[in-house]
Structures are given as structure tokens and as C-alpha cells.
Design a protein around this ligand. Sequence first.
Ligand SMILES: [Zn+2]
Length: 264
Amino acid sequence: MASQVLAATASPYSLAAFAAAGGAIVVWGMVNAVTAIGAMNADLDKPAPAPAVAPVTAPEPPPPPPPAFVFDAPLPGRVINSPFGLRQMPWEENGRLHEGVDIAAPAGAPVHVVTDGIVTRSGVSGSYGRFVEVAHKDGFRTLYAHLGRDAGLKRGTYVKRGTTVAYVGNSGRSTGSHLHFELRNKAGKPLNPALFMGKTFAEKDDLPLKAAAKVGRKVRLAQVSRWPEGVKAQMAGKMAADDEGVVTRVKGGRVRMRINVVDG
Ligand SMILES: [Zn+2]
């Protein structure tokens, strides 16, 4: 080893070669000799700077991914005054499923789409009145009904969460100014919107699909301030009618009827 070093010292070029070959420890011992020779290799004059040591800090956790599903309320800050579930109208013999929630609001209040989607339908139906339907990812659909007017969005329009799609009204078989809001799964089954409104879900598996599809056995008697137009006339004049929407029954010698009112 010593002879190698001496031999290397004689020629700075071979010294460099020696260092490159792995002789670094020995090289530093020869700096003075090299300097005496005439500092032919200026790079060897100074020791290499100490390697910069990064301050030791805990690695920052990556930011959480955005939630896969975000649902707002269609009328933020307003309360549900008729929930999802079995409900009986005073003019009906039996209860039926109220397939959404009713949210009381003054006519003209803007209705916001609860999550990103595409407008699929808008129009007027006898029971829903003026309505707008929006399709969302994973087959969800939302429906906004009894509207005063829609916002004029054409079918196929992409709407970002929070976009005004319509304005509250009292159209269709409605008994006062409110929004009837429905949420359906990809099979078209109505879900309880209360389990989604104002909530975020990190991933698909977190969606309360089973809980929201459950319908309790309890039948609520709807409190109706005024009966829909024509119901009394229908009861008086069409007792025997059995066309669509009207069911007649004979019970204890009395004719009873049930009118197919989808929503109150
Ligand atoms: Zn309703």
C-alpha cells in the first residue's frame, strides 16, 4: 500500500486515478505532498464540504383524497317538514310511501342541485307539478318537484353542485309552498334523502344505501292545510270509478276509495 501511495505521489495524474479507484482515505493523507509539488491539482487543496444534512422532520402525511361523494341540501338551512316514509293523506284509506322529503320554503327560493350531475328531465306532471330531474355518478338521480319555475336548464346540461336548477313553488298536487325532493339509486328505488343531505362520503362503500332504502312500518298521518283541488269532487262524483289512480273498495257495505296522490 505504501509503495502505491508513494508511486502515486510522484504523479498527480496517477494520484487522481488512484483516488478514483477507491483510494480516497489515502489521498487525504497526501494533500501536503501534492501541495509541495506545486498544487498541480487545485481540487485537492480543500477538503470536500461536509454534506448538507437536511433537518430531520417527520414526513408530512399526504393530504387526504377528496371525498368520493358530496351531497348538499337543496335548500340549505331549511328543515324537512315531511320525512321520507309511509304517509297517509286524510282522504286516503291507506298509507303510501312518501318517496322523498318535503322542505318548506317560500315561493321563489332558489333550489340547488345537491351534487354534480347532468339535467335529464324537466317538465310538468299532474302530481309532481313542475319538476327537474338530474342524473349523478353511480346512477343516483335527484328530483326537485312542485316548483314555481325551473331555471331554464336544457336536458344534458352539466350542473355543478350548488347550481340553481329551479325555484320553489306550489305546483302539482301540493298543499303549500315547498320543495319535494327525491333521491333514487341506480335501480330507481327511492332512498331517504335525509341520510345524504349535507353529508360527504370518503368512498363508495361508505354510502348508507341499505339504511336509506329501509321504510319503517309506522304510518304518519299527513297534516294537510287544504285538500287538493278536485279531491272532494272526485269523492262525490266518481265513487264507482275504477280508472287509473282511483281505487274503489266495498268495506262493511260502504264504498271507500283511495286516490293515487303521489305526493302531498
Ligand atoms: Zn313530498
